[in-house]
Design a protein around this ligand. Structure first.
Ligand code: ADP
Ligand code: UDP
Length: 236
């Protein structure tokens, strides 16, 4: 049994609680949905339940394949226990297919398959809308050391190999996604969540978007998309 203690932080999608294990946190997944850095707000019914389970299955699968993650165990429908980390303020985006900000910035059609995966760094800052940075900026600003930058890129590419195969086996195209990492006494761990909130997931057969773009772009059937990924991942 884990005894939940005081609330430490409420974010856009999750609430973090202390617990009776000092080196761990309870993460509670909410139904709140935001886009465009919280300029658009809404609710996706049961998103918290779906995302808690989706992230748990994926993080456990990654752990089984040798990726060190913060995930410990699922506690309830909406809560899981994680190792507390000091989040590195560099969001790591991996792209396999052109979409989103890359399409916009370079004037490209969404859907172009990249010759090889791209790893991009963004500075984790809500007030600044997470600007894109490079490794030199992260190092010069002391957001990450040179060794950590090498680790982040290598870990992201390893995670990508595993996730590409995993989603492909479920009939899903893994277009792009965001990862967060944190420092702990066990070294750098993959943290936060891997869910349709932070990934672009397209149905391989139909091209249908099964991720937060349905909310961002008012495409309808938002809950259904999250539920579909939940069912596929739960049965994997
Ligand atoms: P945001 O902060 O962007 O609104 P969330 O609502 O998902 O996002 O809040 C969860 C917060 O917890 C994020 O800022 C994330 O960086 C942080 N976080 C994720 N995993 C851990 C962890 N294991 N230890 C400490 N902080 C974490
Ligand atoms: N992403 C995220 N949080 C962010 C920024 C991006 O989870 O703060 C995810 C997003 O869902 C997508 C990928 O990272 O799967 C790449 O996002 P992009 O740079 O294309 O930005 P977007 O157009 O989605 O804002």
């Amino acid at each position: 049994m884990v005894a939940k203690a005081e609330q430490l932080y409420e974010g856009k999608a999750k609430i973090l609680y202390a617990c009776d294990q000092a080196d761990k946190l309870v993460a509670h997944f909410k139904d709140d949905a935001t886009a465009f850095n919280a300029k658009k707000k809404g609710t996706i019914i049961n998103k918290g339940v779906f995302n808690n389970k989706i992230s748990a299955v994926i993080l456990k699968m990654l752990e089984d394949k040798g990726v060190k993650t913060h995930f410990v165990e699922v506690l309830s429908d909406r809560e899981c226990l994680v190792k507390k980390v000091d989040i590195i303020p560099v969001e790591v985006v991996v792209r396999n297919v052109v979409a989103g900000s890359m399409a916009k910035k370079l004037g490209l059609e969404e859907g172009i398959v990249l010759k090889r995966p791209i790893v991009e760094f963004f500075y984790k800052s809500d007030p600044l809308d997470d600007p894109q940075i490079n490794e030199d900026t992260a190092i010069a600003m002391d957001w990450a050391t040179p060794e950590e930058c090498v680790f982040l890129k290598e870990a992201a590419l390893r995670v990508n190999e595993i996730l590409l195969e995993f989603f492909d086996s479920l009939g899903i195209r893994l277009v792009d996604y965001k990862l967060e990492f944190g420092r702990s006494s066990d070294g750098i761990l993959l943290a936060d969540e891997i869910t349709p909130d932070g990934c672009r997931l397209w149905d391989k057969a139909t091209g249908e978007k099964l991720d937060k773009d349905r909310f961002r772009r008012d495409l309808g059937n938002v809950e259904e998309a999250y539920q579909k990924i939940f069912e596929l991942v739960s049965n994997a």
